[in-house]
Design a protein around this ligand. Structure first.
Ligand SMILES: [Cu+2]
Length: 239
């Protein structure tokens, strides 16, 4: 039997509640992790008896849980996402040094909103641009990463077939200014102009959407060379 189980962190918050209510009708067994479970109590009625359970997750309780941070980039959280992203390396370092959690993980995720009836792409790739700083890795140098990994071959390998409608979403998850480039490709921006290297900053995102017509092994990367040189690059393979 394949039970779909999911843990929603910050489940008592505005976005967390919406996620739980969206997942419940799809049959997921949902654990709602939050600091004050009493606030999430009303959520239980969104599912069948026992389908939704609440668990206390508190950074001050050792071993309580791995940590997930969700950023709402629509602005409803004010400066919180920006501050959190700047502090994330320190937060992870602190968690390790104090022994609160043995193996803290950062999870990235995006909620992509499409217009009703809009055609879905054949391929969707999501890339999160960020850094892994020495307090996180315990290494001396800083790494610029896509999805927690640095350097082509280690970062996600994106794939597509000729003729496919391809979408690559790239999210700025640190306080840097990045640009996104895929060799051999260009696409139209929101204003309808061709682009091949759009820029984005903290909590901003860009979308590359195109019909694939150029088979090959292509490099994608941030075009800020000091970022690319320390890992912010990967392969895009069309075959
Ligand atoms: Cu960059």
């Amino acid at each position: 039997m394949n039970i779909k189980q999911v843990t929603v962190f910050g489940g008592s918050g505005f976005i967390g509640r919406a996620i739980v209510r969206a997942l419940a009708p799809q049959g997921y067994l949902i654990r709602v992790a939050c600091r004050r479970t009493e606030l999430a109590e009303p959520l239980k009625t969104a599912g069948d008896v026992g389908q939704i359970t609440l668990m206390r997750a508190n950074l001050r309780m050792p071993d309580s849980v791995a940590i997930a941070v969700m950023f709402d980039v629509t602005g409803s959280m004010g400066s919180v996402p920006r501050v959190l992203q700047q502090k994330l390396p320190q937060l992870l370092g602190l968690l390790l040094r104090k022994g609160y959690v043995k193996d803290p993980q950062i999870l990235f995720g995006a909620i992509i909103v499409r217009a009703k009836g809009e055609k879905r792409p054949d391929r969707v790739h999501n890339l999160f641009a960020h850094q892994l700083a020495p307090p996180v890795t315990g290494l001396e140098r800083n790494f610029h990463c896509f999805n927690g990994r640095a350097y082509a071959g280690n970062t996600p390998v994106l794939r597509a077939r000729p003729g496919e409608d391809v979408e690559v979403n790239v999210f700025g998850q640190d306080s840097n200014y990045h640009t996104f480039h895929i060799h051999g490709h260009r696409w139209k921006d929101a204003a309808g102009a061709f682009t091949d290297n759009p820029g984005f900053g903290a909590n901003e995102s860009i979308r590359a959407r195109f019909v694939e017509d150029n088979p090959g092994r292509w490099l994608y990367h941030c075009h800020v060379f000091s970022h690319q040189d320390v890992g912010m690059a990967g392969w895009y393979i069309v075959e």
